[in-house]
Design a protein around this ligand. Structure first.
Ligand code: VGL
Ligand code: ZN
Length: 198
């Protein structure tokens, strides 16, 4: 087995009605379910923050959601409170066939560091353990789908490519936040890193 489908953050808070809703975010669920049915390995990620997480604007007096701040590891967008551990917003979309998952990897649980990528926290060095899991299973190629194209899908795809995996992003099964040109920047960055956009 050498191929895995990586389903990024298809959670209620990133779907319409959620705390950090991605436009049209729920529309990709049926297509992802179809892909999962045929994939030899399926891994889901789940954004999973403690209350008061440092990526929340509410944790920074005087700051509003979507403002930038400087963290010890670099610039960080401040988000509305979202995907709080155990909350309904952190749950997967109820139509997603999560029983197909071999592994669910949670990220963003460290109060001091955000984690967009499925592989590394936002300091780009603290690993989540996913690389070791994939390598020990002999997985070399990855297809990525999910939310959001320009943040967690983007960072996961870039890290996967940097680690030497062969990466395809199914952009038809992703949706973007598209904040301040972030979608175009992400697509350019992924293309320049040898990632196949399909
Ligand atoms: C995400 C912002 C904050 C994502 C997660 O899943 O793209 N974006 N946390
Ligand atoms: Zn988050």
């Amino acid at each position: 087995m050498t191929h895995a489908l990586l389903v990024i953050d298809v959670q209620n808070d990133f779907c319409p009605g959620g705390a950090l809703a991605v436009p049209d975010g729920d529309s990709i669920v049926p297509g992802i379910n179809s892909l999962m049915a045929d994939a030899p390995a399926v891994i889901l990620t789940q954004d999973w923050h403690p209350a008061g997480h440092s990526s929340f604007a509410s944790a920074h007096p005087g700051k509003s959601p979507m403002e930038l701040t400087e963290m010890p590891y670099g610039p960080q967008v401040l988000w509305p409170d979202h995907c709080i551990q155990g909350s309904p917003g952190a749950a997967f979309h109820s139509d997603l066939h999560i029983d197909r998952a071999d592994l669910i990897i949670r990220k963003g649980f460290n109060p001091a560091i955000d984690s967009y990528s499925a592989f590394f926290e936002n300091d780009r060095t603290t690993p989540t353990g996913l690389e070791g899991y994939l390598r020990t299973r002999g997985i070399e190629t990855l297809t990525l789908v999910g939310l959001a194209t320009d943040f967690c899908v983007n960072y996961s795809a870039l890290d996967a490519a940097r680690l030497g995996f062969q990466v395809t992003v199914r952009t038809d099964l992703c949706r973007a936040i598209d904040f301040d040109g972030s979608l175009d920047a992400a697509l350019d960055g992924m293309r320049n890193s040898g990632i196949t956009l399909a």
